[in-house]
Design a protein around this ligand. Structure first.
Ligand code: ADP
Ligand code: ASP
Ligand code: MG
Length: 609
């Protein structure tokens, strides 16, 4: 007998027939002798409908107190969607002779932080669920919602919260962690995790398994099949997880986490943000300043480096205040410096200047808890600034932030970061990444993701001195705006450009906040661009092969797609491209890495439309 959590997404419970199909699957699971807890989403597109309803009767909130008031009611409204599903499904189970009980988030006590519309789960009380299971019932729980803690008493209040769109995956895994379930099965409208979104590339291929790190990156980079925070909890608590279709009996995709969970069940989503800090002194930085901004430049550069077997580590490409030119900077191991310099200078790409700095180090913090917490990057930059350390390059991924600094600042930087985050130092980078035997033999690129929900902000003429990146980020953190792909360019003058991407919904707020401080902090113009998308490749095995980024850049160049920003980490490469070319970008990248299978994946809920 196993204790199983099954989560059914909106399309899996979209109408009465689908609810009956779900009922049958649950019954079959119970009949096999298992105890089952079910977590459900709102039916079909109910949540979208409720959001539209709210917008049709209200105006855009202007002040902070208006925003807070609206967000509270929004949560009350949106939480109704899931309640319809739990009650209906529970009645269907009862009618089929299967004892069941429906519970909403507050009845279970899924206790969250008191942040409306984006609450994080603090803990889930397992007692009531276990009591009902003990009575032979299937417990049907509303996903996506919780009840806020009362900060004054430290006890649950009566305020309903929601976790953020797509959040019922996170409810399911949090509940699985709290009741120590044997597995959390996520049922959706695709057969599992695929190499990319089958709605854009129908011949996307199934992955039998994927590591938590890869899944976290994919989910955070736009693959909406899983809410990234659910993967974060699975990883921290060692919850076994799989993704399957509620239309099929296929095994689906297993999400592997070789670590033993070490999380604290009393602070499920808010315990450790940063797991470790590492420093790599074997780095040399090469920067090409003011090279022409047109398709093919990055491709030519990195193809040529790859052809010589040069292992490029960090790559960043940032926007330049001067129209039509870009800066590209990258790091490589010390022993490849001469070769890389010869290759780079030999290419004559039209850079106004090529600089080489052999005295640099890369300091990185890593942790799955960084997703959606803008404060973590700011805290890292502040810690470095307070130690008087200048950041030369920044590159971020969802689970890692790396800064290139002067090698002579290395030990002071480590000390500052250790103090700020209270974390251990790990000496070797590659060991941190998860690899399993089967992954070790797998293709370097496992998945391609597209995030169309991004906008880019560039802050020009930022004085090149300690603390500037931290100060800029702090303005956004105060507004609770999450940013990613932070890249700081390398420049030959005493000013830098810092660019990053934010959710389109946060663009106006971010722009206002940054413009307000331009004169105080002494930076120049703040330019915004909502017509961009981010396309990324992910693979735990990428670090073992050179030329992967180059191959991605070439595919884009061949399709005449210009790359406007680049940011890399060990397991991913992200490029910002024009939004109207985004789907094509995804397709050509998927193709260049030979990820397609031999048949089209059916998405039953998409067929209906
Ligand atoms: P649910 O309602 O079950 O929560 P979602 O719509 O949130 O389902 O997520 C499933 C969708 O995620 C799929 O229909 C698919 O279009 C999309 N998707 C995006 N990237 C991927 C990927 N790499 N693998 C599988 N599905 C993906
Ligand atoms: N119903 C919610 C949404 O549409 C939560 C979910 O489905 O995961 O965002
Ligand atoms: Mg979903």
């Amino acid at each position: 007998m196993a204790l199983i959590v099954q989560k059914y997404g909106g399309s899996s419970v979209a109408d009465a027939d689908r609810i009956k199909a779900v009922r049958d699957r649950i019954k079959r699971t119970v009949d096999l002798g298992n105890q089952v807890v079910v977590v459900v989403s709102a039916m079909g597109k109910t949540t979208d409908g409720l959001v539209a309803l709210a917008e049709s009767v209200s105006t855009t909130a202007q002040t902070l107190s208006e925003i807070a008031a609206k967000e509270r009611e929004m949560d009350l409204l949106l939480a109704t969607g899931e309640q319809v599903t739990i009650a209906t499904l529970s009645m269907a189970l009862q009618a089929a002779g299967q004892p069941a009980i429906a519970m909403n988030g507050s009845q279970v006590r899924v206790v969250t932080e008191p942040n409306h519309t984006r609450a994080r789960i603090l803990y889930v009380e397992p007692e009531r669920i276990k009591t009902e299971l003990g009575l032979g019932k299937v417990v049907v729980i509303a996903g996506f919602q919780g009840v806020a803690i009362d900060p004054a008493t430290g006890l649950p209040s009566t305020e309903i919260t929601t976790l953020g769109r797509g959040g019922s995956d996170t409810s399911a895994v949090a509940i699985a962690a709290a009741i120590e379930a044997d597995i959390c099965e996520i049922y959706t409208d695709v057969p599992g995790i695929l190499t990319t979104d089958p709605r854009i590339v129908p011949k996307a291929q199934m992955l039998a398994e994927i590591t938590c790190d890869e899944m976290l990156e994919l989910a955070s980079l736009g693959a909406k099949v899983l809410h990234p925070r659910s993967v974060e909890i699975a990883r921290n608590f060692g919850v076994k997880m799989c993704v399957r279709s509620s239309w099929l009996d296929d095994a689906g995709t297993v999400i592997t986490s070789p670590r033993i969970g070490t999380g604290n069940l009393q602070s499920l989503e808010v315990s450790r943000f940063v797991e470790n800090v590492s420093i790599d002194y074997d780095q040399v930085k090469i920067a090409l300043l003011q090279i022409p901004d047109h398709p093919g430049i990055a491709s030519q550069l990195f193809q040529s480096l790859a052809a010589q077997g040069i292992n490029v580590d960090l790559i960043i490409q940032a926007v330049q205040e001067t129209e039509g030119v870009n800066d590209i900077a990258f790091t490589i191991p010390q022993n490849q410096l001469k070769l890389a310099e010869v290759v780079t200078r030999g290419l004559e790409l039209g850079a106004s200047l090529i600089t080489v700095d052999a005295n640099v180090a890369k300091i990185s913090i890593m942790g799955v808890g960084m997703i959606g917490r803008p404060g973590v990057a700011a805290q890292m930059f502040t810690a470095l600034a307070e130690a008087g350390i200048n950041i030369q390059m920044i590159s971020t991924s969802e689970i890692k932030i790396s800064c290139v600094i002067a090698a002579s600042d290395g030990s002071a930087a480590i000390a500052a970061i250790q103090k700020a985050f209270d974390v251990p130092v790990s000496s070797h980078q590659a060991c941190e990444m998860e690899t399993t035997a089967s992954i070790a033999d797998s293709l370097p690129v496992r998945g391609v993701a597209l995030d169309r929900n991004r906008a880019r902000i560039a802050v020009q003429k930022v004085p090149d001195r300690p603390g500037m990146a931290a100060k800029i980020l702090e303005q956004l953190v105060e507004q609770n705006i999450s940013l990613d792909m932070i890249v700081q360019s390398q420049s030959d003058r005493d000013v830098n450009e810092i660019a990053f991407t934010v959710a389109i919904a946060d663009l106006a707020k971010a722009e206002t906040a940054l413009k307000q401080y331009a004169s105080v902090l002494g930076y120049g113009e703040v330019s915004c661009d909502a017509e961009i998308s981010k396309v990324s490749i992910v693979g735990a095995n990428m670090i073992h092969q050179s030329g992967i980024a180059a191959q991605m850049f070439s595919a884009l160049a061949d399709a005449n797609i210009n790359i406007e920003m680049i940011a890399t980490s060990e397991i991913k490469v992200s490029c910002v491209v024009r939004d109207h070319q985004a789907e094509q970008a995804l397709k050509v990248i998927h193709q260049t890495f030979n990820l397609a299978g031999d048949h089209a994946i059916e998405v039953p809920s998409a067929l209906k439309k």
